[in-house]
Design a protein around this ligand. Structure first.
Ligand code: SF4
Length: 316
C-alpha cells in the first residue's frame, strides 16, 4: 500500500541568536526549558509519523543548533528516516559536531540574505563572515547544502543576479531555494518595505531565465496569489529549461517546541488542533490535515541540473 504524503514542520526551539526582520516564526531569545518537548518525545513523534506516512520532515527553530541536546535526537534516528529530514539553520553555529548525521539527511538549508554584509545586515542584523565559514565547512564536508534566500521587493534583483552568481562561482554552491517574503510574524511590520507585488514576481521569472549554469539547481516557491503571473510566464520558463509544478494540497502538520500541534506552518496559533501528550496519531486522527492558505507554497518553478546544453559548468 502506498502511504499518504505529509509535510511535517517541527520547531525544536523558539530561541534564535539573531532577529531577522522577516522571521515568520517571530523567534526570540529566551525559552523555558521545562516547556520544550524532550528528545524522546521528538523521536517518538518522528518515528510514529514515519511509520504511517510518506513523510517529509522540515526541522528548524528558532535556531535548531542552539538546542544543546539536538545531537541526541539525530544520532539515534535511523538512517532511513534521516534521509527524509531537511534541517534549516541560520549558519551562525559551527557544524563540526553535527557532521556525521548531517551527511545522511535529505537537505541542510543555510539561510542567507544576499552576498554582501550590507544586505545580510539589513535583513538579518549580522554580517556574513561566520555564515560563510559555515557554508565553506558544509561544502568541504560534502554536506547536502542548499542556500535558502527570501525574495523581497528591495533586493530580489541583486539576489537573482549578483548573489547567485557569487555563491555559485566563488563558493561552489549549486543548490538554491528561494521563497517570496510573506507578511507573517515579524514580517508583518515590514510589509510595505519588502513585500513583492505581481510585477516584481514577473520580473523574478524573467531574471531567472538568465541564470545559465548547467549544473545549478534553483527552486522558487510561490504562494497562491502568484498563479496568474506564473501561468503568464510558463511558456517562456519551459523554453528556458525550467519546470512549473502546481502542488496539490498535501496533508500538513506543524509541531511547535512546546508540543502544540497545528496544521499550517505559517500560523500555528490560529490553527492549533491540540497538544502532544504521548500519542501523535491520537491527536491528529480527528482532523483533515489537507491545507493551503495565502502564505503556503502552491507553485514551484525549478531548474534541475543539466537542463541547459552547452552552458558553463564549474568545479570549485
Ligand atoms: S528567520 Fe530563522 S534565523 Fe531569522 S530570526 Fe527567525 S528563526 Fe532566527
Amino acid at each position: 500500500m502506498i502511504s499518504k504524503s505529509i509535510n511535517v514542520h517541527i520547531y525544536v526551539t523558539p530561541v534564535c541568536n539573531i532577529r531577522c526582520k522577516h522571521c515568520y516564526y517571530d523567534a526570540g531569545v529566551t525559552e523555558k526549558r521545562e516547556e520544550l518537548l524532550t528528545i524522546q518525545q521528538l523521536r517518538d513523534i518522528i518515528t510514529e509519523l514515519d511509520a504511517d506516512y510518506d513523510a517529509d520532515f522540515h526541522m528548524e527553530g528558532g535556531e535548531l543548533f542552539l538546542r544543546e541536546d539536538i545531537n541526541e535526537l539525530f544520532e539515534t534516528i535511523p538512517d532511513d528516516i534521516l534521509k527524509h529530514i531537511t534541517i534549516t539553520t541560520n549558519g551562525t553555529i559551527g557544524l563540526s559536531k553535527h557532521k556525521n548525521y548531517l551527511k545522511k539527511i535529505n537537505c541542510l538549508r543555510i539561510s542567507v540574505c544576499g552576498h554582501t554584509d550590507e544586505m545580510q545586515k539589513e535583513l538579518r542584523g549580522i554580517g556574513l563572515t561566520k555564515v560563510l565559514e559555515v557554508v565553506r565547512y558544509a561544502k568541504e564536508e560534502l554536506l547536502p547544502v542548499t542556500l535558502r534566500m527570501t525574495l523581497n521587493k528591495k533586493y530580489y534583483r541583486e539576489l537573482l543576479t549578483a548573489s547567485i552568481q557569487h555563491y555559485y562561482e566563488k563558493e561552489g554552491i549549486k543548490k538554491f531555494s528561494l521563497y517570496e517574503f510573506q507578511p507573517v510574524g515579524r514580517g508583518k511590520e515590514f510589509e510595505d518595505e519588502y513585500m513583492m507585488d505581481d510585477e516584481d514576481c514577473e520580473r523574478v521569472l524573467q531574471l531567472i531565465k538568465d541564470i545559465q549554469y548547467r549544473d545549478i539547481e534553483i527552486r522558487i516557491s510561490f504562494s497562491h496569489k502568484r498563479i496568474d503571473v506564473v501561468k503568464r510566464c510558463e511558456k517562456e520558463l519551459l523554453a528556458s529549461g525550467y519546470e512549473v509544478i502546481y502542488l496539490n494540497p498535501e496533508e500538513s502538520l506543524t509541531i511547535d517546541y512546546d508540543g502544540m500541534i497545528g496544521i499550517c506552518p505559517w500560523n500555528i496559533d490560529k490553527k492549533e488542533i491540540g497538544r502532544y501528550t504521548g500519542d501523535i496519531k491520537k491527536v491528529i486522527k480527528a482532523f483533515d490535515l489537507h491545507h493551503t492558505c495565502e502564505y503556503c507554497s502552491v507553485i514551484v518553478v525549478q531548474k534541475k541540473k543539466g537542463e541547459i546544453e552547452g552552458a558553463p559548468e564549474i568545479n570549485v
